[in-house]
Design a protein around this ligand. Sequence first.
Ligand code: 5RP
Length: 221
Amino acid sequence: MTQDELKRQVAEAALEYVVEDAVVGVGSGSTVFMFIDLLSSIKNKIEGAVAASEASAERLKKHGIRVFDLNSVSELPVYVDGADEITAHLHMVKGGGGALTREKIVAAVAKTFVCICDASKLVPVLGKFPLPLEVIPMARGHVGREILRRKAQPVLREGFKTDNGNLILDCHGLTILDPPALEAELNNVAGVVSNGLFARRGADVLLLGTPEGVKAYKKKN
Ligand code: 5RP
């Protein structure tokens, strides 16, 4: 099976989690794009969607799915998004597409976070995928030095601006043994808008695409 076939499998499986007559939260990335395309087949059964990126909002609108501003929505039963890395504890590294801040906000509002990804994303320890930080432009140097102090290498994502007008520093060489602690620590560095660790609010369900079919993992309480 190709990686795209694995992604499609989980995108399809995620439709089962969409709540009828409600607004669904939608993340970003290629797996989520497949989910959006499939969501169009049940668009008459939902009220609409909240999107975590401009690109996802545009794709939803192209399919004729109503896009709501998050501030006009009081309840979001389900949020569907991908990940760059995920552990069996359902802690994630996200932000490969640079939409981490809005993804974190929508995830914070949602009752259930359904993560969809192919089997290559499941890892024993986070950090091989460079950890993205969204950074206010004037803080680039300061944040970079703070990352170097932590024995990691910050690399500016060249020619990239987030939907919020900020920069992304991709941090290489981290071995993340305590994801919730590092997430909180990096949030405290002045100039960091948010970081790509989704551990304090991780996923509730992981739908993992494997050649043997979709495997579902649930958060242990
Ligand atoms: C974007 C993300 C994406 O969810 C992540 O990069 C996975 O993308 P893909 O489905 O293309 O592998 O966090 O900011």
